[in-house]
Ligand binder design. Structure first.
Ligand code: NAD
Length: 491
């Protein structure tokens, strides 16, 4: 029987699925049709304690005795096993998120496996550094700078790309010799749970990978970040949650890596390849129903092409196909939950109250059965709002954006940077010199030119300003997941 059929959905601690007696449970709802996916156990402080002590035993025990070659080959095995069970992971991810199979099959699940492969390979290519120095007595000393695992890493995940974003942290953590306790989003517990079976089948020692379900404040999330034996916290989620986690870890001075929110601009110059810019901008606004930290929510279009661009983007929005996430035709899934839909709809209402021109959408569609109880929403475009309006300032995290015209480069750079976030930006122009000059002045962790969501996993990923702390990706992940020690040896 699949572990996902167990009711309630259990924790995975010390290599075993466990369901402690007397815990509260909560429901997980399929956002496409409103049906019950799972009842889930909610972890308390004792469960976190159990998971952390298992992670500690594995860290100082079996995991520390496995050399880098063996560790890397185990992680490759994990990747292969995810690939072998691709359809199960795909189904679990779609039931949890409602995202279209075309997207999850192309991005979420393959990237889940790829994350293990890339960090397995990176860790094998690492070498320690040595620095020779003369000593005052005419001798010599050799400094040996070594990377050690940081310890127990708390991994706190969001719901928008559950397997992809969790493995983006679990894979480098394990590659570097750490052990992890994962707190998946309460909205998307399935693939993190399923991964426990893969870890066991791959031969990863018990206690290296642990999962405890629950919520954030006063629940498993906060217990985990506050646990005194956790060495560092890697978190992806909302900026406001990041601030709260920072307060939780302050007393113990735990290291944090934060991938937070964004309000990402796209700048379309009149000399852009128009078709390419439309296709890329449409994807960047509507993919995953706008629930990607890298989604575009502000579009600045050079005035001569503003009307034409707005009209073509409207056509793209109107052509999106809602419906069964398991069919290839569906291009727009639901939002993750009714709570989130209420939040997005409140911005839709606010935009109208503030006098926006609603180019398309602006509400929730009537869906035929069996989708009537799902969290569906219309893709929406606005023009005409002040830059200071909450629609242009706040991260909405839905399939929507505001479009404004601009007249010159300095103006548009000022507009693009006028945000508390700094995660991603996208430029569309055929003038390479202009692209280079503008990109250099944009305050963002990643700037795409004539593309969007193109990622080489060796490159640094993260945000400036309130979009995050630190960079993960390729060798940059080692900065967070290892502790450097210098050993000075007088010879
Ligand atoms: P969220 O912050 O609400 O929740 C994320 C996780 O944190 C969940 O597992 C939640 O249970 C947990 N949590 C909440 N409060 C906590 C607390 N006080 N202590 C410990 N854990 C706590 O985020 P979300 O709604 O799941 O995800 C959407 C957000 O994530 C958006 O803001 C989006 O931009 C951001 N995001 C950022 C990136 C990035 O790479 N920068 C990637 C994906 C998503």
């Amino acid at each position: 029987m699949s572990i996902l059929k167990q009711n309630p959905l259990p924790f995975f601690i010390n290599g075993q699925y466990i369901s402690p007696i007397g815990r509260q449970t909560f429901e997980n709802i399929n956002p496409a049709n409103g049906s019950l996916n799972f009842n889930i156990l909610e972890g308390n402080a004792d469960d976190i304690d159990h998971a952390v002590s298992s992670a500690r035993s594995a860290l100082t025990g079996p995991w520390s005795n496995i050399d880098i070659d063996k560790r890397a080959s185990l992680l490759h095995k994990v990747a292969d096993l995810i690939d072998n069970r691709r359809d199960e992971f795909l189904r679990a991810e779609i039931l949890d998120t409602g995202k279209p199979i075309k997207l999850a099959g192309h991005i979420d699940i393959p990237r889940g496996a790829a994350n293990f492969r890339i960090f397995a390979d990176i860790i094998k290519s690492q070498s320690d550094e040595t620095f020779r120095m003369p000593t005052p007595d005419g001798g010599e000393a050799i400094n040996l700078t070594v990377r050690k695992p940081k310890g127990i890493i708390a991994v706190i995940c969001p719901w928008n790309l559950p397997l992809l974003l969790m493995t983006w942290k679990v894979a480098p953590a394990l590659a570097c010799g750490n052990t992890v306790v994962v707190k998946p989003s309460e909205e998307t517990p399935a693939t993190a749970t399923l991964l426990g079976e893969i870890m066991n089948d791959a031969g990863i020692p018990p206690g290296v990978y642990n999962v405890v379900h629950g919520f954030g404040p006063d629940s498993a999330g906060e217990h985990l970040t506050r646990h005194p034996d956790v060495d560092a916290v890697t978190f992806t989620g909302e900026t406001i949650t990041g601030a709260s986690i920072m307060r939780s870890v302050a007393d113990d001075i735990k290291d944090v890596s934060f991938e937070l929110g964004g309000k990402n601009p796209a700048i379309i110059f009149a000399d852009a390849d128009f078709e390419q810019a439309i296709e890329g901008t449409s994807r960047s606004v509507f993919a995953n129903c706008g629930q990607v930290c890298l989604s575009t929510e502000r579009v600045y279009v050079e005035r001569p092409i503003f009307d034409r661009f707005t009209e073509e983007l409207r056509k793209c929005a109107s052509n999106l196909v809602r419906g069964d996430p398991f069919t290839q035709e569906t291009s727009l899934g639901p939002l993750i939950s009714h709570t989130h839909r209420n939040k997005v709809l409140s911005y839709y209402r606010r935009a109208t109250e503030l006098g926006a021109n609603v180019i398309v959408g602006g509400g929730a569609p009537d869906m035929p059965e069996p989708w009537g109880k799902g969290c569906w929403i219309e893709p929406t475009l606005w023009t005409g709002l002040e830059e200071s309006s909450p629609i242009v300032k706040d991260e909405i995290f839905g399939p929507c954006c505001h479009l404004s015209p601009f007249d010159d480069i300095d103006e548009v750079i000022g507009l693009a940077n006028d945000t508390e976030y700094g995660l991603a930006a996208t430029l569309w122009t055929q003038d390479v010199k202009k692209a280079n000059q503008v990109a250099a002045r944009i305050e963002s962790g990643i700037t795409w030119v004539n593309c969007w969501f193109l990622r080489d996993l060796r490159t640094p990923f993260g945000g400036t300003k309130k979009s995050g702390i630190g960079r993960e990706g390729g060798e940059y992940s080692l900065e967070f997941y290892t502790e450097l020690q210098n050993i000075c040896l007088k010879v």
